[in-house]
Design a protein around this ligand. Structure first.
Ligand code: NAD
Length: 339
């Protein structure tokens, strides 16, 4: 924004614990003097011709600003409601879901040296929504793989690996069985690899990959993995479980050609909403990914260091999900003191 000298970013605070963890982000960004002006968006669902959609004002804000931070959205249970998250993904063509999973010092899990990066194709594969009954008792579900969608997500994986300084891209597949569909995904990767001589392309079967990740996660600290939709859905949760063990710690990015939306992986946590108990770390680390995406790397590093050193410092500074006694607001204050 030329009048303020700041970047305008759309902010969907979300439902349940959304407003509380969003407040933490707002307070910490203010204290760190991040040159961002928030544009708050209401995405309460609208129903048009039986379809769920988001208000025009929110679509316009995100289309104009190109970058958005998003809290969790509760999906109403009942028929006729398409998840708002899916609606956002479709509306803005968010084709890649980036999920880093890194061990956090001060919170002990099975492994202490996990540092995995996974990129999941987000628009097709088994999630194409094409299913039909052939005859009673026989259904067919179609896994759709296209050259275009494969190319944009694999290209993004090569670019991301280069940007974060990782020399290997691993394509996860099952082309031994899904010969045509995963075969196409793998072939596109091989073709693109010629454009990235500085990055080594490796292919790994999904079953081998799962075994390797759970037995030796540290062997992937120099790699970015990329895979079709369903493998990515499952593998990303496995990665999060290995690294963090708490949903309150895992960030993510949804990347499109122009627009990107950054969000915590967890949901609206209705069981603890309004109780000042939620851990804002996942949304904060998502906002750190957003700052890096925008080239505001120094601010990203400063906030990430403050968040992680607060968690590492003592159990009183950790929220309940990490076995500590901190509230959302006392954790936020401790982070601000570390900035
Ligand atoms: P959830 O992630 O909201 O909660 C699962 C468990 O993790 C709960 O016990 C919760 O208290 C805990 N938890 C989650 N985030 C936490 C945090 N930041 N700090 C501390 N504890 C945390 O999953 P759910 O209960 O299955 O879903 C609740 C609602 O959220 C549903 O309406 C669902 O559709 C929605 N949801 C939204 C998103 C999204 O917007 N991206 C993702 C998942 C679920």
């Amino acid at each position: 924004d030329p009048t303020t000298g700041k970047f305008n970013v759309s902010f969907i605070e979300g439902d349940g614990i959304g407003p509380e963890i969003s407040q933490a982000v707002k307070d910490i960004f203010k204290a760190a003097d991040v040159p961002i002006q928030w544009e708050f968006c209401d995405v309460s669902p609208i129903f048009v011709n039986g379809l769920t959609t988001i208000p025009d004002k929110a679509v316009q804000s995100i289309s104009k600003n190109l970058v958005a931070l998003k809290g969790p959205l509760a999906t109403p249970i009942g028929k006729g409601h398409r998840s708002l998250n899916l609606t956002l993904r479709k509306t803005f063509g968010l084709f890649a879901n980036v999920r880093p999973a890194k061990s956090v010092a001060g919170f002990k899990t099975t492994y202490s040296d996990v540092d995995l990066v996974l990129i999941r194709e987000n628009t097709e594969g088994e999630y194409s929504g094409i299913e039909h009954v052939v005859t009673p008792g026989v259904v067919q579900s179609i896994k759709l793989i296209t050259r275009d969608a494969s190319e944009r997500v694999i290209r993004y994986a090569f670019e991301y690996a280069r940007a974060i300084g990782r020399p290997r891209v691993i394509v996860v597949h099952k082309s031994t069985i899904q010969r045509l569909s995963d075969g196409l995904f793998v072939n596109v990767a091989k073709e693109l690899s010629a454009e990235y001589p500085d990055i080594k392309l490796e292919l790994q079967l999904i079953d081998n990959k799962v075994l390797n990740v759970v037995t030796n996660p540290a062997s992937y600290t120099d790699a970015v993995s990329v895979c079709p939709n369903l493998y990515g859905d499952i593998l990303s949760d496995l990665n999060s479980g290995l690294s963090a063990g708490s949903l309150g710690l895992t960030p993510s990015a949804n990347i499109g050609n122009k627009i990107s939306i950054f969000e915590a992986v967890h949901g609206s946590a209705p069981d603890i909403a309004g109780k000042n108990m939620a851990n804002p770390t996942a949304l904060l680390l998502s906002s750190v990914m957003m700052l890096n995406h925008m080239g505001l790397n120094a601010h990203a590093d400063q906030i990430q260091d403050a968040v992680l050193s607060t968690i590492a410092s003592s159990p009183e500074n950790r929220t309940g999900d990490l076995g500590g006694s901190a509230t959302t607001s006392s954790f936020t204050e401790a982070v601000i003191n570390k900035l």
